[in-house]
Design a protein around this ligand. Structure first.
Ligand SMILES: C[S@@+](CC[C@H](N)C(=O)[O-])C[C@H]1O[C@@H](n2cnc3c(N)ncnc32)[C@H](O)[C@@H]1O
Length: 398
């Protein structure tokens, strides 16, 4: 952390202060001082997540300049086929479970550009992904659906990229390989491969999820999810339970519980703003930290809560495993307002792509991926509501 040699403009602090109309004037000085601090995180994802507060104010319609603008270079949009420079590494987040024969499916690939050139899906020779599926019995292979990258990937950048595949019509065991190619130029490397089981369509058993047809906007979905949290917490709202929210930023939902709670977030600006605006009032203790490494003893928490935050972690299974160690034996974990389904480049989901381009770690999971991650982490689902595009899931240690 370092302190810059000049404060941000008064006008900037005035805008931030309007988040709380009754804020007394002296807080402007405190806000200017808070935003004059500069924080360096080792990991580029954390560095970019640490700037979420201002990003989110802007996407909610507030016009607010950068307090310390820095020149932004434009990326060139073409993948250049210079020998050995287009290199990527990838692994499936969760390999697909038994897949119904003939369906068009997709799974999340965690991939990174480990070469020296930009991987771009734009231009005349786009970098693409393709799935090849070969029967383990007959060896016959088919090379199917192509997938464009969600964004241009500069060297070093990693994302979670959903990949499409068409399951074979004949049940059996297959090897699914993800290949990369420069369209119209040449095939590049195989990125990863794993076995899948294709089963008759009518033999796939149902899962634990309770889907609804209800779609809400961001705000009302949070209000509804808070009501569910209130209900699911039950007697854990007794004022003596240890409750942690991760990713609550400037407006943690646990602040509405009316009992003491912690809010841990990697964004120091959102937390400093929350603390400065709340003054001495409020039940929430704000902590700047990484959800992957929380500074509490194992078994400490009766409840760990996340709202629209779980999907911002590049290693979501690792996160669940870590948080499980921090839960009391009969503790609960709540994943609220988490996206459902896969977003592709053609989905034209402008906000999602913009967040990715800003460096945020956006990703979205299918219900079977939630189930697989939860199982991998040694947790089980106690309650859930799967609204349109928004999962609310209560978990406990298995
Ligand atoms: C999409 S925002 C959600 C904010 C708020 N909970 C809501 O529902 O609107 C995701 C939050 O996760 C935080 N975050 C991202 N990575 C984190 C990490 N490694 N540790 C702690 N917080 C993190 C970001 O700073 C951000 O505040």
């Amino acid at each position: 952390m370092r302190e810059r040699d000049h404060l941000p403009p008064l006008e900037f602090a005035t805008k931030i202060a309007t988040l709380q109309p009754t804020a007394p004037l002296p807080i402007l000085g405190k806000l200017r001082h808070a935003f004059s601090l500069e924080f360096g995180f080792e990991h580029p994802v954390m560095q970019s997540e640490a700037g979420q507060f201002l990003n989110r104010l802007r996407s909610s319609g507030m016009e607010i300049d950068d307090p310390y603008p820095s020149p932004q270079g434009e990326l060139s949009s073409a993948s250049e086929d210079v020998d050995g420079q287009l290199v990527a590494e990838a692994e499936p987040l969760c390999p697909p479970l038994p897949v119904p024969a003939g369906v068009l499916g997709s799974f999340n690939l965690r991939m990174a550009n480990t070469g020296r050139a930009i991987l771009s899906s734009r231009g005349e020779t786009p970098f693409r992904l393709a799935c090849k599926i070969a029967s383990l019995e007959s060896g016959l292979a088919s090379e199917g659906e192509r997938t464009d990258l969600l964004i241009d990937l500069p060297p070093g950048r990693g994302i979670t990229q959903p990949v499409r595949f068409r399951a074979p019509e004949t049940p059996g065991r297959y090897r699914l390989s993800v290949l990369s190619l420069l369209e119209t130029v040449r095939w590049l490397d195989e990125l990863c491969s794993f076995e899948i089981e294709v089963v008759p369509e009518d033999s796939v058993v149902g899962d634990v999820w309770n889907p609804t047809e209800v779609a809400r906007d961001y705000q009302s979905d949070h209000v509804h999810a808070f009501d569910l949290l209130w209900q699911w917490l039950g007697e854990r709202r007794n004022g003596t339970s240890a409750i942690l929210e991760i990713g609550g930023n400037r407006s943690p939902m646990v602040g509405h519980l009316g009992v003491p709670a912690f809010n841990l977030d990697v964004d120091p600006y959102g937390l400093m703003t929350a603390s400065i605006l709340a003054g001495r009032s409020g039940h929430v203790t704000h902590i700047v930290g990484d959800g992957m490494n929380i500074p509490f003893a194992d078994g400490y928490f009766d409840a760990i809560v996340m709202f629209a935050t779980f999907h911002h972690f590049p290693d979501p299974i690792g996160l669940l495993r870590h948080l499980r160690t921090k839960l009391a034996t009969d503790g609960r974990m709540f994943l609220m307002c988490e996206p459902i389904g896969h977003v592709f480049a053609e989905s034209n989901y402008v906000g999602y792509i913009r967040e990715l381009e800003h460096g945020a770690y956006e990703q979205s999971f299918q219900p079977w991926e939630y189930a697989a991650m939860i199982r991998e982490a040694g947790l089980v689902v106690c309650d859930n509501v799967m609204d349109v595009g928004s999962a609310k899931i209560a978990l406990r240690p298995a």
